[in-house]
Write a protein that binds this ligand. Structure first.
Ligand code: GLY
Ligand code: MN
Ligand code: MN
Length: 444
């Protein structure tokens, strides 16, 4: 069962077409197939814009929207049914399938696109197309355009304008419906179970990839086909490498391990980070840093509501983290001056979050007319403050070096605040230590 109904996909197309100018056409190619090596391909994942408008997950397809076209506004080019190819590669919807199951008004074989698409473009004033994302398709677009131009003497009218679709479409994607939020909750629930499983499995002597295997097991068992991004399992000072994905170091007694991992369901992402001790017990220094990051994470949630701007949560985390580092003596000076001079940046160098949706770093503007935008109901985002003390940071005493902590949750803006989708995985020191101690007892 698909989690977004066909009528919701139809509404999305209608909403976009209402925002398009009269006598225009929108053209969106499916994601390109990507070769891994020799005859092996990367697992196919549909382009998020294409999927948002159709729910159609097959490669080698093109989606066309022509508002108010008499013979149908929603046209799909896709692969033809082919019993032999389907025997090898899997079933295809074919033209009848996209009409019956995806509500296309009209459908054509993808192999006929050179003959048909120029005729659909011809005579339209404006083409909405996101140039630069798919070089091969860009080239095809140029060829179709030139084929129309070559017929200009016979009366063919090439379009006057090419406009990227991104702004119209990406603004719509920012506001999640209840079905989208339910799907994101499902992805978050599976990811929470995966993080809990990794905490329960952790012990010195294993490697980072053992914990990654626990995550993958729980993702797949929950029905998720893919992680939403490459899982980060970073123990010890690897946690200070923000996008560490080697995941092959041994887990050392006395170290922390930072796991940033989330699965996707029907292309909707979850994105969770938890940091916990390999052996189940925080050291005093690890606990001190952890408590600051946790306080920043919780404080940020107080600044996520329709009364706040995008940046307010980030500013709240900066204040808590700077004050915390000051209190521990890892920064020296006066709080407001340290914030103004960005003295926290060697320890906290990233933003407190990002939009979340079909893409893990989801689309949508963060500023409107040069100002941080006001949050609105249905927007979904992460909250992910962190402190990372580099091993070679000689401004701090040695016992603090190499500690990296991030705590990341997924939230949805509601009428009077925000709803946290990822509360099912523990994040206080006490709850993590309890969970891990219980697992060690049953495992012993
Ligand atoms: N996992 C990527 C991020 O947290 O933004
Ligand atoms: Mn993350
Ligand atoms: Mn994130």
């Amino acid at each position: 069962m698909r989690s977004i109904s066909t009528s919701e996909y139809a509404q999305r197309r209608q909403q976009l077409m209402q925002r398009m100018t009269p006598n225009s056409i929108a053209i969106l190619p499916a994601a390109a197939i990507s070769t891994r090596n020799s005859s092996v391909e990367y697992p196919y994942r549909q382009h998020s814009d294409f999927f948002y408008l159709s729910g159609f997950a097959e490669p080698e397809a093109v989606l066309v929207l022509i508002p108010k076209r008499e013979h149908g506004e929603f046209i799909v080019f896709c692969r033809e049914r082919n019993p032999e190819r389907e025997l090898w590669d899997g079933l295809r919807a074919g033209q009848e399938g996209v009409i019956a199951d995806y509500q296309a008004d009209d459908a054509f074989p993808i192999n006929d696109i050179d003959d048909i698409l120029p005729g659909l473009i011809e005579g339209r004033d404006r083409v909405y197309y996101s140039i630069g994302n798919n070089p091969e398709f860009d080239q095809q677009m140029m060829e179709w355009l030139n084929s129309i131009r070559s017929k200009a003497r016979m009366g063919a009218q090439p379009p006057e304008e090419f406009v990227v679709l991104d702004h119209l479409l990406h603004d719509a994607r920012l506001y999640k419906s209840s079905a989208e939020i339910a799907t994101m909750q499902q992805a978050a629930d599976i990811s929470c179970r995966a993080h809990i499983r990794a905490m329960q499995a952790s012990k010195p002597g294993l490697h980072e990839y053992h914990l990654e295997a626990e995550l993958d097991y729980e993702f797949r068992k929950g029905g998720a086909r893919l992680p939403a991004y490459s899982s980060i399992v970073a123990s010890g000072h690897n946690a200070c490498i923000l996008h560490y994905t080697e995941n092959n170091a041994p887990l050392q007694d006395g170290d922390l391990v930072l796991i940033d991992a989330g699965c996707e369901i029907d292309c909707y992402a979850s994105d969770i980070t938890r940091t916990f001790p390999v052996n189940g017990r925080f050291s005093p220094e690890q606990k001190a840093i952890y408590e600051i990051v946790l306080q920043a994470n919780l404080e940020a949630m107080n600044y996520i509501s329709p009364q706040h701007r995008w940046n307010d949560a980030h500013d709240a985390t900066v204040r808590v983290i700077t004050a915390g580092l000051l209190a521990l003596g890892l920064l020296q000076g006066e709080l407001d001056e340290l914030i103004a001079s960005e003295a926290y940046k060697p320890f906290y160098m990233h933003r407190a979050g990002h939009w979340l949706g079909l893409d893990v770093h989801d689309v949508g503007d963060y500023k409107v007319h040069g100002e941080w935008r006001m949050l609105e109901v249905g927007m979904t985002m992460t909250v992910e403050p962190g402190i990372y003390i580099a091993v070679d940071n000689h401004t701090v005493p040695a016992q603090w070096r190499g500690i990296g902590v991030r705590i990341e949750d997924d939230v949805v803006v509601t009428d009077n605040g925000c709803q946290v989708l990822t509360n099912a995985v523990p994040k206080t020191v006490e709850a993590i230590e309890q969970l891990m101690a219980a697992a060690q007892q049953t495992g012993a």
